[in-house]
Every structure is written in structure tokens, then in C-alpha cells.
Design a protein around this ligand. Structure first.
Ligand SMILES: Nc1nc2c(ncn2[C@@H]2O[C@H](COP(=O)(O)OP(=O)(O)OP(=O)(O)O)[C@@H](O)[C@H]2O)c(=O)[nH]1
Ligand SMILES: [Mg+2]
Length: 471
């Protein structure tokens, strides 16, 4: 049986845990992080100046050697000491800064494991910080976002969330709802005396205000999602139009297979890229046609799903083969608008412009098709600047105080808003205060899930397992 801890045992907070906090591989220095009740004693146990570590006040740094059990030097190190509760996790912690490199950091870790320390699971340090009340759940999630932020704006948004902007906003809405709920419950307690502690008008406007604030926060998720995941740009069109060639040209690397056989791409191909500082997620899809075998049909079904989920559809037409006319162009535009509920921006591209006649080029200009060539790169600058400007506008918070970037938070806000809508409807219908109180409590519970006051182990496992080891 393996003694590697599983997610089921992760709630065992008694253990002292350790992990490499810096990326594995060659580097100037590497940091091994240790946390738990015995963290300082365990670090002292492998350190040449054990006494100075054991007596060290919090936030001090100590020079010395990490040694094998037989006393041979493993590395010359600096050990930082953080005493509970003034540490990242809230527990006693030590950070051993050793020389970078796989062998050194592994030897330091192995040495700690010999003394009974166990390897930390992904996100376990942050999970302990959350469980010890150092961070709420939205802030803990912001730590993961901060680490994975690829653009300046994603960095800013996760930093604001880590500083508590979202948590404070949620707390303010929650406070108002708790006031409504307690008044409602008091009214229920005194129902027989017909005591109304909050006039119905005041209750209605308090609930409507809370609902509008929840809606406003939820509305920012459209931008927040683009900021976090990148603008989803789907390359679509008939087989052989040059979609995969276009993906390769936009990425500047031969990522997708290109052949002159229609139906080459079966599965979709997803790849992220930075365009002028904005994050874009390109998706190359199978060519749209009804013929083909079952694998190709499955690919086409996926293409349609991607089109429906796109922020931008770049629809490619093979200008050397297909007729260019206004009716066809507006037909394509209309069918994509139908598929996306007009949410996606449509960019119609006439590809293979390198081999078309001047007459065809003029026809493209007349019907609003942008002539491009995936082969020569002609016209691609126009495409990339349109995409990066769309990525910027679609990820901008529009000056909103908070920006919801996380799908889990958006889902909680959706539930909170639905409960408040149901509560307001109950109030308008003159239904009992019990029903109203029930909905308001539901709205509060959904908000609590965002900051983690009520959250199941399953939700915590799902959140923290996505973290890297050592965070
Ligand atoms: N002349 C010219 N040929 C191109 C251009 N773009 C693509 N092609 C050629 O068109 C053929 C099909 O290209 P692909 O990129 O595989 O087309 P696709 O749309 O991905 O095709 P499917 O995956 O089958 O749907 C290949 O022979 C490409 O070399 C272009 O801009 N100019
Ligand atoms: Mg292809």
C-alpha cells in the first residue's frame, strides 16, 4: 500500500507538511516550505544551528547547513522562521532557501520526510490558510489566479480579489439581507400579535436593492471570464477553407495538420496566444459539411458547439473556390448570429487571397469580406489587431468596483439572484412571510458559498486540487 496521502486524508491538519514552493528544475535558489505544529522543530532537526532555529523569534532568517543524518552537508542554506499565527498558513512555518536544482531541493525534502514530515498536496498550504481563517475562499482562489495570471489586467483583477474587494462587496450585500431575514424571522415569531418590524415597502426596496447589486456583480462576469480565460476565437468554415493553416499562421507555429484533403481536422484544436498583451484562445474546428463518416460527423457537431460558445467567430471562405456574393455573406452572418444568440462577433475572411483574381478581391470588398492569406500572411495584421482590440473591450470591467472572474462565484451569484427574484415575486403575490424568509435565507447561503463560510469538503477538494504543489 502506498503511504502517499490522498485527498480524503487532507483534512488531517495535525501533520507537518513540506513541499518545494519554487518550480522544479535548475534555478538560482529553490525554496522548500514546511508548515505545521512541528515545522520549526523538524527544520531544526536537519539544520546545523538547531538551537538558534528553535529559539528564533518570528520573521527571522538563519544561516546554516542542512545535513544528512550522518552529519554530511547537503547544502548551505538560509532558513526563515514564521511563528503561528503570523505566517501564510497561520501555523508555525519555515522556509528553507537552498541552491536551485533538482538534486539539492529533493535531498532537502527527503531529509525532512525522514523526520516524519509528509509531502504537501496541491494547494494544501493555502487550504490551511483558509481553514485557519487567514484568507476567505474567494481570496484563496485569487491566490491561484494570481499565480496563473498571464496578462497585466488578469494580474490586477486577481490582486484586487486577494486584497478582499469581492469579499467586501459580498459581505455588504449579505449584511443587508441578514437584516431583512432577521426582521422577517422576528415578524414570524410575533405572528399572532401581527407585529410587522419592517414595513412591506421598505422590505421590498431592500430586497430589490440587494437583487440589483447581485445582478450588477453577475453582469461583470462576461468581462471577467474573457479576462481570465482569454477571448474565445473559433475558426470555422467549410472543409479546406484554410482554418488549420490560419491557426498555424496566427500562432506562428505549425500546430495543426494541414493537407489538401477536405475533412483533415476531425477533433477541435485549442491553443492560447497573446495578441498585443491580450489573452486569446483560438479554437480550430472540423470543416462544416453534412457528408463524411461518423467520426467526421461527431467533429462537425463539436464545431457547432464551439461556434455557439464563441466570443468571436472567424468564418473562413475559400475565395479561390467559393462564389463571393452578398447574399451568401449575409446568410453566413445570420446563421452564426442565430447559433450564438448574437453574442459573438463575426469576422468573415476570404482566404487564399494570394491566388484570386483582382475581380474576386473587388467582390470581397463589396460584400464586406476581408481578403487574407494564411499562406503568405497577407491581411493577418488586420485580423490580429481586430481580435486584440475585441479582447481588450470585452475584458474591460467598465469601471465596475468588482469584477467576477470565477465561474463558481458566478454560479453562486446566479443562485442568490434567483432566490431574491423568487422572494420578490412571493412578496408581490402577498404570499406568507415563511416563503419569503426561506428565499432570503437561500440567497444568503449562496453568497456564503463564495467566501466559504458554508462549503462542503467536495467543493474545497475541487478548488484546492487545481493549485500547484507548494502553494
Ligand atoms: N494558396 C493558398 N492555399 C492555402 C491557404 N490556406 C490554406 N491553403 C491550402 O488549403 C488546403 C487546406 O488547408 P487547411 O488549412 O488544411 O484547411 P482546413 O479548413 O483546416 O480544412 P479541414 O480541416 O479539412 O476542414 C491546404 O492545401 C492548404 O495548403 C492560402 O491562404 N493560400
Ligand atoms: Mg483543418
Amino acid at each position: 500500500m502506498s503511504d502517499t496521502p490522498t485527498i480524503a486524508t487532507v483534512t488531517d491538519r495535525e501533520d507537518t507538511i513540506a513541499a518545494l514552493a519554487t518550480p522544479p528544475g535548475t534555478s538560482g535558489i529553490a525554496v522548500v516550505r514546511v508548515s505545521g505544529t512541528d515545522a520549526i522543530a523538524r527544520a531544526a532537526g536537519i539544520f546545523s544551528r538547531a538551537d538558534s532555529l528553535l529559539a528564533a523569534p518570528s520573521h527571522t532568517v538563519h544561516h546554516g547547513f542542512v545535513r544528512t543524518a550522518r552529519g554530511e552537508a547537503i547544502d548551505e542554506t538560509l532558513v526563515s522562521v514564521f511563528r503561528s499565527p503570523h505566517s501564510y498558513t497561520g501555523e508555525d512555518s519555515a522556509e528553507i532557501s537552498c541552491h536551485g536544482g533538482t538534486a539539492v531541493s529533493r535531498a532537502v525534502l527527503e531529509r525532512l520526510f525522514e523526520t516524519g514530515v509528509r509531502h504537501a498536496l496541491p494547494g494544501e498550504f493555502t487550504r490551511r490558510a483558509f481553514l485557519n481563517g487567514k484568507l476567505d475562499l474567494a481570496q484563496a482562489e485569487a491566490v491561484a489566479d494570481l499565480i496563473s495570471a498571464q496578462t497585466a489586467s488578469a494580474h490586477r483583477a486577481s490582486m484586487r480579489q486577494l486584497e478582499g474587494a469581492l469579499s467586501k462587496h459580498i459581505a455588504a450585500i449579505r449584511e443587508e439581507l441578514v437584516r431583512c431575514a432577521s426582521m422577517l424571522e422576528l415578524s414570524l415569531d410575533f405572528a399572532e400579535e401581527d407585529v410587522r418590524l419592517l414595513p412591506p415597502d421598505e422590505l421590498r426596496s431592500a430586497l430589490a436593492r440587494a437583487r440589483d447589486t447581485v445582478h450588477a456583480a453577475l453582469d461583470t462576469y462576461a468581462s471577467g471570464r474573457v479576462l481570465r480565460e482569454g477571448l474565445t476565437v473559433v475558426l470555422a468554415g467549410r472543409p479546406n477553407a484554410g482554418k488549420s493553416s490560419m491557426l498555424n499562421a496566427l500562432l506562428g507555429t505549425p500546430r495543426a495538420i494541414v493537407t489538401d484533403m477536405p475533412g483533415t481536422t476531425r477533433d477541435y484544436i485549442e491553443e492560447q496566444a497573446m495578441l498585443h498583451g491580450s489573452l486569446v484562445r483560438f479554437v480550430d474546428t472540423a470543416g462544416l459539411r453534412s457528408a463524411g463518416d461518423s467520426a467526421e460527423r461527431a467533429g462537425v457537431a463539436l464545431s457547432k458547439e464551439w461556434i455557439a460558445a464563441a466570443d468571436v467567430v472567424c468564418y473562413l471562405i475559400d475565395a479561390s473556390e467559393e462564389d463571393i456574393d452578398a447574399e451568401q455573406a449575409s446568410g453566413i452572418q445570420a446563421s452564426i448570429e442565430r447559433a450564438t444568440g448574437s453574442r459573438a462577433e463575426v469576422i468573415l475572411l476570404a482566404n487564399k487571397a494570394d491566388i484570386v483574381t483582382p475581380e474576386t478581391r473587388r467582390a470581397c470588398a463589396r460584400v464586406g469580406l476581408l481578403p487574407v492569406s494564411a499562406l503568405t500572411g497577407d491581411g493577418l495584421d488586420t485580423v490580429t489587431s481586430r481580435l486584440s482590440s475585441l479582447a481588450r473591450t470585452r475584458s474591460s470591467s467598465g469601471g465596475e468596483e468588482v469584477l467576477v472572474t470565477n465561474a463558481r462565484h458566478a454560479e453562486c451569484l446566479r443562485r442568490s439572484s434567483a432566490a431574491l427574484d423568487a422572494g420578490l415575486a412571493a412578496l408581490a403575490d402577498g404570499r406568507t412571510e415563511e416563503i419569503l424568509a426561506y428565499e432570503v435565507r437561500g440567497a444568503i447561503r449562496a453568497l456564503d458559498e463564495i467566501i466559504g463560510t458554508v462549503t462542503s469538503d467536495d467543493v474545497l477538494n475541487a478548488i484546492f486540487s487545481r493549485f500547484c504543489i507548494g502553494k
